[in-house]
Write a protein that binds this ligand. Structure first.
Ligand code: C5P
Length: 311
């Protein structure tokens, strides 16, 4: 039965991800690339508030941190949160269920940090609660994988090894908190375009089974930021740099200290700097803001849990 009581709202908070390792294999028959990746959830969150309605409509409103509208973010069926709600409603077989989704975005749009996937994960969790769908986490995971390669990880958070196209995740424990400075660009990058450039640069020579990022897993186990710094690897970085050569200025902006390493996150363009501690993060952020290489500079730490109901 559809829920027909008083208006119900549920708020969910979902983190961004960065990839500590992104090993990319050859394109598969379905166009996706075989990955061996290590996801790491950081304390930068989108908030998704779902309010149940009874008119069968699924609509979405997207605002930035200041509460201002974000007109360049689509609000039709191409919005991944809207698709998540629709897929869940089909699964529940309750066509009369409706929902208004209000998304407050902190995660950069098209920034290589899975912002759209985070909103999909949040919408799944929020709608399952507000519609009293009572799907288990396993059932939500299965739906999440149909929505996008990163969506299952954002339900779980923490650190995880991602296989397949990224949707097959195995949790990985880490011994400590890692500190990051994020260099954010106003202009995003298209993930399919970056993968297409990867294929062009590889000239059909991609490996079918990318190797497991053992050194990143070992660094997480030891909790040693210096070990993690030398292990960070992103196979999509040459493709992102080929499409946007100016990203090199950002990668080189930190200089030798206090940053331990710099890496482009996912398909870019967000560039993340690993630093030894919170104080170094403040120092580096100040330096990068002064240089004005990035449109915004933020501080984050990880790992943090995945999508959670917060109100
Ligand atoms: O899975 P998701 O919808 O987030 O992927 C967006 C796009 O990124 C895909 O359409 C595909 O072009 C590319 N992609 C890929 N291989 C992956 C993940 C994503 O080629 N493993």
């Amino acid at each position: 039965m559809p829920y027909v009581g008083a208006v119900r709202s549920v708020k969910v908070r979902v983190p961004a991800k960065i990839n500590l390792a992104l090993h990319v294999g050859a394109a598969r028959a379905d166009g996706y690339h075989q990955l061996s990746t290590v996801f790491h959830a950081i304390d930068m969150y989108d908030e998704i508030t779902a309010t149940a309605t009874h008119d069968g409509a699924i609509n979405v409103e997207v605002v930035d941190v200041q509460g201002q509208p974000m007109p360049h973010v689509p609000v039709d069926r191409t919005n991944l949160a809207v698709r998540a709600a629709a897929v869940l409603r089909d699964r529940l077989d309750e066509p009369d269920l409706g929902v208004h989704l209000h998304i407050r975005k902190t995660i950069p749009v098209a920034g290589g940090m899975a912002g759209g996937s985070a909103d999909a994960a949040g919408a799944l969790l929020a709608c399952n609660d507000v519609w009293r769908g009572a799907l288990s986490r396993d059932e939500l995971d299965a739906l999440a994988a149909t929505l996008g390669s990163d969506v299952p990880f954002l339900l779980h958070g923490g650190n995880a090894l991602g296989a397949g196209r990224g949707e097959l995740i195995t949790p990985v424990l880490s011994r400590s908190t890692f500190h990051w400075v994020l260099g954010v660009y106003a202009e995003g990058m298209s993930t399919p375009a970056v993968y297409a450039e990867f294929d062009r640069l590889a000239g059909g020579r991609g490996v079918n089974t990318p190797d497991e990022p053992r050194d990143v897993l070992a660094a997480l186990g030891s909790g040693d930021p210096d070990a993690l710094a030398v292990a960070l690897r992103n196979d999509l970085a040459p493709a992102a740099l080929s499409l946007r050569p100016e990203l090199l200025r950002g990668i080189e902006a930190a200089g030798p200290a206090p940053a331990l390493a710099a890496v482009i996150s996912g398909s870019g363009p967000t560039t993340v700097f690993l630093v030894p501690d919170a104080e170094s993060a403040e120092l580096l952020a100040l330096d990068l803001r002064t240089q004005a290489v990035f449109d915004d500079v933020l501080i984050a730490r990880g790992p943090v849990p995945g999508a959670r109901v917060v109100g």
